[in-house]
Structure formats: structure tokens, C-alpha cells
Unconditional design. Structure first.
Length: 219
């Protein structure tokens, strides 16, 4: 597929997915919601935990969380407005902003940081910036979990096509995601998930613990 044709497809998809109800229906129709729930199950969150969800979109999976202190970040105003109207403000804060250093002073240390379907949309430089802040955001014993479309040797033709045509411009092999994470975390592991969605697709589910940068005043 030519770069121009892919750009037109991405622009059309972005326009459609700007409609929140359509986006949520598509996520559930494709089974992407099951992939998100799998990530949440990995964390075994408890009441009172602090959670930072970067790239939260409309946070359609919020109802699956226990009574955590939740901070969701997204740059799409429609998604944030939907989330605020749907879930209210008693259990959650939704920020229409890029999560960055400036937020660390205003959010308690997090037990978990969610990066669900985000890193494959970010360049190496932007991924490093985000992972650096995520590492510093964690409370002792906290974890970061990410899941992204990936390339992997076992994937079939349909799965490969899905990776080639993902909206993300930075779909990587698992080793590429791991190399970025290990710049900021001492403990990184993960696995390829290829049975979560209804269409054959490959995703890299990555867990990050023991940040190498500790303390909110670290540079």
C-alpha cells in the first residue's frame, strides 16, 4: 500500500473514530475490550489504589475497576467529555492534556500506570519521554502495563496485514518495545497475545516494574 493511500485511510478512520459511540462499539465488536480487561486483570487492583491511565480515550472500561483513585489523560476533547459525563467526578478525574512532568506534583504516587494501545502511536523519542514520566509517577511496588499492536514471527497473513495497516505509525517487534522500557525499568517482561480479538491480530503485552528513576524530583 502506498504511503499516500495509507494516509487517506488513517484520516478517514480518525474521522470515524472521533464519534465516541462508534469507537466504543467498534472496540467491543472487534474484541479489543477483552484485551483491555486482560490488562486490568494483570494488575489485580484494589480499592484505594491510585491509577494513571494515559491515552484513556472514553474510558469505556472504567466500570471494571474497583474503587480506585483514577486519573485519565487523553488529548481528544470528545473522549474526555464523554468520560466525564459517563462516570462523573466522584471516583475519577479526566484530563484533556498530554501526561507530563507537570502533573507529578498534583497526582499521588501511582500503584499502576496504564498505557493501553499507546506506544505504537509514539516515536522512540516520545515513548522515552512518556516512559520516563511513568517511571517517576509510580509508588513503591507500582507497575506500568502496556499493550500494543506488534510484529512477531509467528503471525499469519491477516495478522500481519492488521499490523501493517494499524493507525499507529510506530508498530514494533517486541524487542523494540522492551529496549525502550529497559532504559527506565529494571524489571521488564511480556508476552505476545494473539487470541484476544475476533480478527487475527498480534499484540505485545508488556509489564514494567522497579523504575530506574525514583523520586519525583529526579531529572
Amino acid at each position: 500500500m502506498s504511503r499516500r493511500k495509507k494516509f487517506r485511510m488513517l484520516a478517514a478512520a480518525k474521522g470515524l473514530l472521533g464519534h465516541v459511540s462508534l469507537y466504543v462499539a467498534l472496540q467491543r465488536g472487534l474484541g479489543a475490550d477483552r484485551l483491555c480487561y486482560r490488562c486490568l486483570d494483570e494488575l489485580s487492583l484494589a480499592d484505594g489504589d491510585t491509577v494513571i491511565d494515559v491515552g484513556c480515550g472514553p474510558a469505556y472500561y472504567f466500570g471494571r475497576l474497583p474503587r480506585v483513585r483514577y486519573h485519565g489523560f487523553d488529548t481528544a476533547p470528545r473522549y474526555i467529555e464523554y468520560a466525564r459525563q459517563r462516570w462523573g467526578s466522584d471516583r475519577a478525574e479526566f484530563h484533556c492534556a498530554v501526561f507530563g512532568e507537570e502533573h507529578l506534583a498534583r497526582i499521588p504516587p501511582a500503584n499502576a500506570v496504564l498505557l493501553l494501545g499507546l506506544l505504537h502511536h509514539l516515536s522512540d523519542a516520545d515513548s522515552r519521554n512518556l516512559l520516563r514520566v511513568a517511571a517517576r509517577a509510580l509508588a513503591p511496588g507500582g507497575r506500568v502495563i502496556a499493550v500494543d499492536t506488534c510484529y512477531e514471527p509467528r503471525q499469519g497473513r491477516i495478522s500481519r496485514w492488521m499490523s501493517d495497516n494499524d493507525r499507529g505509525e510506530y508498530v514494533r517487534k517486541p524487542a523494540g518495545f522492551v529496549a525502550l522500557a529497559r532504559e527506565f525499568f529494571d524489571d521488564v517482561d511480556g508476552e505476545v497475545v494473539d487470541d484476544a480479538t475476533r480478527l487475527p491480530s498480534s499484540f505485545w503485552l508488556m509489564r514494567m516494574r522497579k523504575p530506574l528513576l525514583t523520586g519525583r524530583d529526579s531529572a
